[in-house]
Design a protein around this ligand. Structure first.
Ligand SMILES: [Zn+2]
Ligand SMILES: [Zn+2]
Length: 676
């Protein structure tokens, strides 16, 4: 009987469900690779990994009975991540072969590829080493060793673990720290081996190293162990990988293009902004850069006014006490600037005392508390809801020198910030309005590829179940009403409320998080805000934080690269340059310039003593949308000769006709007319 029962069990097939709803029977212990083979040889060749019950795993993993299985091929974004992470192992292997003293730490996947953080007790890795590292990787890939998963129960006796420890010299304390952390969390230790190389890893991986043929190392940067500046400095080697050569080549072309468009380089070339040792990480905007900045702020102000926002202005420096109330002192201290007051000694003016203020001050890292104080300055009623306070709010945040990056990461920046105060019933319509608003902003810059993410309640949070459910429901409904596709990040909201983030993709396909809409159930309570409701009772308002550009400085940096400095007319800091063919026509050039200025255009005349060809070339280098050449004929006829940066020679034109042509192009979001 017993024998019979076991036979029965053995023959019990495993049943799995495919994405199209169909069922398949597999032998017990069968893997996703077996499933692929059963479906067909084409899929068996194409499968990279599998998603089993929502989790991406190796093809070789046995599938449990009743599982939902989706086979991943190179078309799936998850598969690309698996490939890139596998490439990180390969790179670490190659680096160890070439730099025997290197000590490995971690190697995750990032947006466009992967990196590996490596401790170098001696020597260093630079881009000059990339060719030989890549050659070594190609050699390892050629061997096509399978990636094998090994689970380790008792590290002290395990041969795989011993090999992991020994592989980079046996003195790597970072590895011990990682392993200790995992064991302390009570999680299982898993390793992946290909050939002789072993790395601590959750997986999954591609079936074998032969998949890793289209890999390229892209850059090196400095980093710190555990992102902690007081710990060891590491070298971070970045790379990327693709399934085929064409995709890799296209990516490298975009990277090269991004290098050419670097906003720091263009910022200097176009004389837009600079940075100085005297104020590290704080941008200095030059006249043309300040004009661009102002154009962005003006455009935003127009949008805000149309939507019933009221602009406010709160101080930069507020009492330290306030930041205790807001919670920033507790959670954000290291990123804040504090003031320190000084006083000259009355008897000896060469001596300066530091003053201990009874009420010390701090520079604001966020605008919210200022707006809360304005709200609280008088009683509020539901009749004035939704109340929308906006501010082009300058905030200061300390950033380590290592992470500062041009306009992308600075120590002072201007948020197009606003706070809505409303009733719980009004959340959905407020969010609906904001979704349209933000899409309108991005569309004006040709940024039509907008990805939206909704993040919901995290494990640690404040506020009742009821308010969370209501708020999340309102956000979801608003997104669905507007027909906006969104990704859900369960548990990724702030502790004080759910949020919606807007990620835009520029012409180089890079993704930038810009807009954010955050509900806040905490601050109104912390600051004791109330309003009188329709029922005559006092209630706590719902608060919404929101920014469309995010930071104007950063958005400007993105735009400089997005447009490669060739701003559309409405943004261009210098729109029209008037060029007389000789100084005999300077007066006429000035007359033309005056007409343009009167029409509201940003125009200049170049009256310098240079040749016309040189001036035209200069206009083109400065990427000015229009150059108007005037001479004998134009002065006599009262016309201009138009050269467009984008459309080439447009020929002679009456000034009025030119102004009419520019009117539509100069409106926010405008572009040049299709025909000349
Ligand atoms: Zn791995
Ligand atoms: Zn805020």
């Amino acid at each position: 009987m017993a024998v019979l029962a076991r036979e029965n069990e053995m023959s019990q097939k495993v049943s799995v469900r495919l994405p199209d709803g169909s069922q398949r029977e597999l032998e017990p212990g069968a893997s996703a690779a077996d499933l692929a083979a059963q479906i067909g040889p084409g899929l068996a060749r194409a499968a990279v990994a599998a998603e089993v019950n929502g989790q991406v795993v190796d093809l070789a993993r046995p599938i449990p009975d009743g599982a939902g299985v989706r086979l991943l091929t190179k078309k799936d974004p998850e598969a690309l991540e698996v490939l890139r992470h596998s490439a990180a192992h390969l790179m670490a292997d190659a680096i160890l072969r070439l730099f025997p003293r290197a000590e490995l730490t971690i190697g995750p996947v990032v947006e466009d590829g992967f990196y590996y953080d490596i401790h170098m007790p001696e020597g260093k890795i630079t881009p000059d080493d990339f060719p030989r590292i890549e050659a070594e990787m190609a050699r390892i890939a050629g061997e096509a060793a399978p990636f094998v998963r090994c689970e380790v129960r008792d590290p002290d006796r395990d041969e795989v673990f011993a090999r992991y420890r020994a592989i980079d010299g046996g003195h790597n304390k970072f590895k011990l720290e990682l392993v200790d952390d995992i064991r302390r969390r009570g999680e299982g230790l898993s390793f992946y081996r290909h050939g002789d190389f072993v790395d601590l890893c959750r997986g999954p991986h591609v079936p074998h190293a032969g998949w890793l043929k289209h890999v390229k190392l892209t850059s090196v940067a400095g980093s710190y162990w555990r992102a902690d500046a007081s710990r060891e400095q590491l070298v971070r080697v970045y790379g990327t990988a693709f399934f085929d050569k064409a995709a890799l080549d296209e990516h490298l072309r975009l990277l090269e293009e991004a290098r050419k468009r670097d906003h720091r380089v263009l910022g200097a070339e176009l004389d837009l902004f600079s940075f100085h040792e005297e104020a590290p990480g704080f941008p200095f905007f030059h006249p043309k850069g300040a004009l661009l900045f102002q154009t962005l702020a003006d455009y935003m102000r127009g949008l805000l006014r149309r939507r019933g926002y009221q602009e406010v202005k709160a101080p930069l420096v507020l009492s330290e006490e306030l930041w205790h109330t807001s919670g920033h002192y507790e959670n954000y201290l290291e990123n804040m600037f504090f003031t320190k007051l000084k006083l000259r000694d009355e008897k000896d003016p060469s001596v300066v005392h530091e003053v201990e203020e009874e009420r010390p001050l701090a520079v604001k890292p966020m605008n919210c508390p200022g707006h809360l104080l304005i709200y609280r300055s008088r009683p509020r009623s539901h009749n004035e809801f939704p109340l929308r306070f906006a501010e082009m709010g300058l905030v200061h945040r300390r950033e380590l020198s290592g992470v500062r990056h041009g306009l992308f990461r600075v120590q002072a920046f201007t948020q197009d910030d606003a706070h809505h105060f409303c009733t719980p019933e009004q959340i959905e319509s407020e969010i609906g309005m904001l979704i349209d608003f933000f899409h309108e902003i991005y569309a004006a810059f040709g940024l039509d590829d907008v990805r939206v993410e909704l993040s919901t309640r995290p494990a640690k949070s404040i506020g009742s179940d009821e308010i969370w459910e209501r708020a999340e429901g309102a956000l979801r409904k608003a997104l669905e009403h507007k027909g906006v596709a969104y990704a859900l990040n369960p548990g990724d909201g702030a502790f004080y409320g759910p949020k919606i983030d807007f990620h835009i993709r520029d012409v180089l396909k890079r993704s930038w998080q810009c807009g954010t809409i955050q509900l806040d159930f905490s601050m109104p309570e912390r600051f004791g805000l109330t309003y009188v409701g329709a029922d005559g009772q006092r209630h706590t308002p719902v608060m919404i934080h929101r920014a469309g550009y995010g930071s104007i400085e950063r958005f400007l940096g993105i735009l400089i690269e997005h447009y490669a400095g060739r701003f559309p007319l409405w943004l261009a800091p210098a729109q029209v340059l008037v060029i007389p063919v000789s100084d005999r026509f300077n007066a006429y050039a000035e007359q033309v310039t005056r007409r343009l200025l009167d029409a509201g255009l940003r125009a200049e005349a170049n009256l310098k003593d240079d040749r016309v060809a040189y001036k035209i070339r200069e206009a083109s280098l400065k990427k000015i949308p229009y150059a108007l050449v005037v001479g004998e004929r134009e002065a006599a006829a009262g016309t201009i000769n138009v050269r467009s940066r984008d459309a080439g020679e447009l020929g002679e034109s009456a000034i009025d006709a030119f102004l009419a042509r520019l009117a539509q192009e100069n409106a926010p979001g405008g572009s040049a007319p299709a025909s000349a």
